[in-house]
Structure formats: structure tokens, C-alpha cells
Design a protein around this ligand. Structure first.
Ligand SMILES: NC(=O)c1ccc[n+]([C@@H]2O[C@H](COP(=O)([O-])OP(=O)(O)OC[C@H]3O[C@@H](n4cnc5c(N)ncnc54)[C@H](OP(=O)(O)O)[C@@H]3O)[C@@H](O)[C@H]2O)c1
Length: 206
């Protein structure tokens, strides 16, 4: 996958997206930073200040080419720096087994920014903890007659009113299950058990 980080590459890649999607406007564009793992890292010629990237995106927004600016894979300091540009969504890794970005979530809540955890099911990079493997998730799933995947997603929805789920699937059956996760009611007692269980399993539970 090609990384577009440099300001001129950012504009060019958005123009390519418009062409591919046969549209003249993108409602939301995420700037995916690549300063830290896991995943893609910027090569030296693509290491640019966030401010320069936000200037390009703000310009495109002023032109009406993009509707809103989102950030992905950012640190708390980077989100703070970007707030004056008007950020509408943040997409970082976050799930019950990996809550390292809880501080970002709280800042998003205070600022009214959508929280869009990626790898909501703990998929992707093989070395990341997997929510469905936590014993407490499996126990609660059994008690509720749900799947462990559904409990993991219901936790994300319950943990913040700003959460928006983007669980990936190539299966219609899984998609239906994922949609039904929105109807699963986790009580405060379930939430506490999930937090305790994630912590006991050695994850970065809050
Ligand atoms: N910003 C970034 O840097 C970044 C990086 C990676 C991903 N993302 C975004 O994050 C979103 C999710 O990423 P992802 O799809 O890689 O990870 P994910 O949602 O955490 O996991 C997807 C995996 O879970 C399985 N799955 C989904 N629903 C299931 C169900 N109900 N039961 C059993 N298995 C189920 C899928 O298999 P099946 O296909 O068999 O259902 C797939 O293997 C995507 O929109 C992606 O674009 C963003």
C-alpha cells in the first residue's frame, strides 16, 4: 500500500479517490499518520509535520472537496495539536483487549469527535490481543446467548456514546451478527467483569 503523507501526495491521492469513486466530494477523509507501529511506517521522504498536512486538508475542505477531516493512528498530543483545524473523527486501534488509547477517547468525548476504533475485533496484525479469546468475553457470550464477537462489539458501543463501529467482514452472516450486536444489552455488572477480565488476562484494560 502506498503511503500519502507529503502535502502534495495528500492532494493527489484525494483527487485519485474522487476519480475512483466518480464523485466530486468526499464527506470524510482520514489523515492516517504513520509515525509509530503497528502497521505502516513513513519512509524518510514522507515524514512531514502534521501542521503541513492539516493545512492541505483544511484547504480542500474550504474548497468543498472534502466535508470533514478525520485523523487515524494519532497520539494524544497530535490530536490536541490538530483540534483547532476542526477534527470530526478519530480512527485508532481500540478494543476491550487493547485500551491504550483511552485518553484519546476521553478527549474525543469532550470535543464531540466521533470515536471510530479500527480492528474493533482485535483482528489484523497477528501479534495483537484478540478480544474473542478472553475467557470473560466467552463466558458472558454464553450467558447472553450471543457470540464472543458480539460481546466485544457491544462493549465498544457501551464504553462511549461517541463510538462508531467499522467491523470488517466478507460474510453476510457475520455482518448480520455484527449488526445484532447493537441490540445486546450489557449491564454495568457485565462491563465491570469485562474490564476486570481484560486486566487479569494481561491486556491494557482501563
Ligand atoms: N486506520 C488504519 O490504519 C486501519 C488499519 C486497519 C484497518 N482499518 C479499518 O478498520 C476496519 C476493520 O478492520 P479489519 O476488518 O481488518 O479488522 P476487524 O474488524 O477487527 O476484524 C475483521 C476479521 O474479523 C472477522 N469477523 C468479522 N465479523 C465476524 C463475526 N461476526 N464472526 C466471526 N468473525 C468475524 C472477519 O472475518 P470474515 O470476513 O470471515 O467475517 C475478519 O477476519 C476496516 O474498515 C479497515 O479499513 C483501519
Amino acid at each position: 500500500m502506498a503511503l500519502a503523507q507529503h502535502p502534495s501526495d495528500l492532494r493527489r491521492s484525494i483527487e485519485q479517490n474522487l476519480e475512483t469513486l466518480r464523485t466530486d466530494r468526499l464527506d470524510l477523509v482520514y489523515l492516517r499518520r504513520a509515525d509509530q507501529g503497528p502497521g505502516l511506517l513513513s519512509p524518510e521522504d514522507q515524514q512531514v509535520p502534521l501542521a503541513a498536512q492539516l493545512e492541505v486538508l483544511s484547504g480542500l475542505r474550504a474548497e468543498g472537496v472534502i466535508g470533514g477531516i478525520g485523523l487515524s493512528h494519532v497520539s494524544l498530543d497530535q490530536l490536541r495539536e490538530a483540534l483547532p483545524a476542526g477534527i470530526v473523527a478519530v480512527q485508532n486501534i481500540f478494543n476491550l483487549a487493547d485500551q491504550g488509547d483511552s485518553d484519546l477517547l476521553r478527549l474525543c468525548e469532550r470535543e464531540g469527535i466521533a470515536w471510530v476504533p479500527y480492528f474493533p475485533l482485535g483482528g489484523g496484525f497477528g501479534n495483537l490481543p484478540r478480544v474473542v479469546e478472553l475467557p470473560v468475553v466467552q463466558e458472558i457470550a454464553e450467558e447472553l446467548g450471543a457470540t464472543a464477537m458480539q460481546v466485544g462489539q457491544a462493549w465498544l458501543l457501551a464504553v462511549s456514546p461517541r463510538s462508531v463501529l467499522i467491523s470488517g467482514t466478507s460474510s453476510v452472516h457475520h455482518l448480520e451478527q455484527n449488526l445484532a450486536a447493537g441490540d445486546l444489552q450489557l449491564t454495568p455488572a457485565h462491563m465491570q467483569r469485562l474490564e476486570d477480565g481484560a486486566r487479569a488476562a494481561g491486556g491494557s484494560g482501563a
